[in-house]
Write a protein that binds this ligand. Structure first.
Ligand code: NI
Length: 136
């Protein structure tokens, strides 16, 4: 019997979407306002979903405190109030799209979780735009 435990989190961060090897005109055509050279911010909403078996002794799949602490150290402390392009090493050569941010978050959180769990990351860049990644 598999049950999914979800934890919500939040961070604010700035980014610019562009490729260094493209001209400004090409970046502008592909990324539009997100290519603003002065960066812009988003209020990111994160849902980390951990699926596993219920432990018959505790009744837990995972103690949510463990998940909360992993998100704090791997996501909030690393990304909150940061310029992703400039201050976060993972995005030095990786365009910080919602897709790529979700993959980076997945990899960081997965590395800290017991390997018996499945993980899915849902990342909202705006209230209407969100991506999901579950490691495939
Ligand atoms: Ni943006």
């Amino acid at each position: 019997m598999k049950v999914t435990v979800n934890r919500k989190a939040h961070f604010n961060a700035a980014h610019r979407l562009y490729r260094k090897d493209w001209s400004f005109e090409k970046n502008d055509a592909i990324f539009g306002l997100c290519n603003n050279p002065n960066f812009h911010g988003h209020n990111y909403e994160l849902i980390a979903s951990v699926t596993g078996d219920i432990d018959p002794e505790t009744g837990y799949v995972i103690d949510v405190k463990i998940l909360k602490d992993i998100i704090k150290s791997e996501v909030e402390d690393a990304f909150d109030h940061k310029n992703l392009n400039v201050e976060v090493p993972e995005f030095q050569d990786l365009n910080p799209t919602a897709e790529n941010i979700a993959v980076v978050i997945y990899n960081k959180v997965k590395a800290k979780l017991d390997s018996k769990f499945q993980l899915e990351i849902t990342l909202y860049e705006t209230p209407r735009n969100f991506v999901t990644y579950s490691g495939e």
